[in-house]
Ligand binder design. Structure first.
Ligand code: FES
Ligand code: FES
Length: 159
């Protein structure tokens, strides 16, 4: 198996894995990035969402061969506890989650939205996270948190 190169959270990485290895497995098992979650494994729940060249993609169904040379961003690439991304701060502020299992995927979908539309309407937010299932039913708080994040970014009080 030929080692392949990709960029993860701004860092070049070399991975020795079979080309059909799901990107989710590469992230978790080869690179130790455990923030991206395994839910259904069938591209149905969205908790494995990552950005691939800026687009939200379900990593459980994306083979390594499809992302060679691409820019991958996972939840670990958004921010840190010391320097959270506006979305992370807003989700904390709104307590937008119960178990939190869906949140890495939801924040990735929301980041893709805010990157292309900094002032989304509530219906645009709902559409952007429509592929992400939250089994805890935190939907209203999640919508409020994305609105808050857009406001934080607009005011320049978070990055
Ligand atoms: S684990 Fe990928 S969509 Fe559910
Ligand atoms: S907070 Fe539990 S699945 Fe969304």
């Amino acid at each position: 198996m030929e080692p392949v190169g990709l960029s993860v959270n701004g860092n070049p990485v070399i991975v020795a894995a079979s080309p059909d290895t799901p990107l989710l497995d590469v992230l978790r098992n080869h690179l130790g990035l455990m923030g991206t979650k395994f839910g259904c494994g069938l591209e149905q729940c969205g908790c494995c969402m990552v950005l691939v060249d800026g687009n939200p993609e379900k990593s459980c169904g994306k083979p390594l061969s499809a992302v060679v040379g691409k820019e991958i961003v996972t939840i670990e690439g958004l921010g840190t506890p010391d320097r959270p991304h506006a979305l992370q701060q807003a989700f904390l502020d709104e307590q937008a989650g119960q178990c939190g299992y869906c949140l890495p995927g939801i924040l990735i979908s929301a980041k893709a939205l805010l990157d292309r539309n900094p002032s989304p309407s509530r219906s645009e937010i709902a559409e952007a996270v429509d592929d992400n299932i939250c089994r805890c039913g935190s939907h209203i708080r999640i919508l409020r948190a994305v609105e808050r994040a857009a406001h934080l970014l607009h005011e320049g009080v978070a990055r």
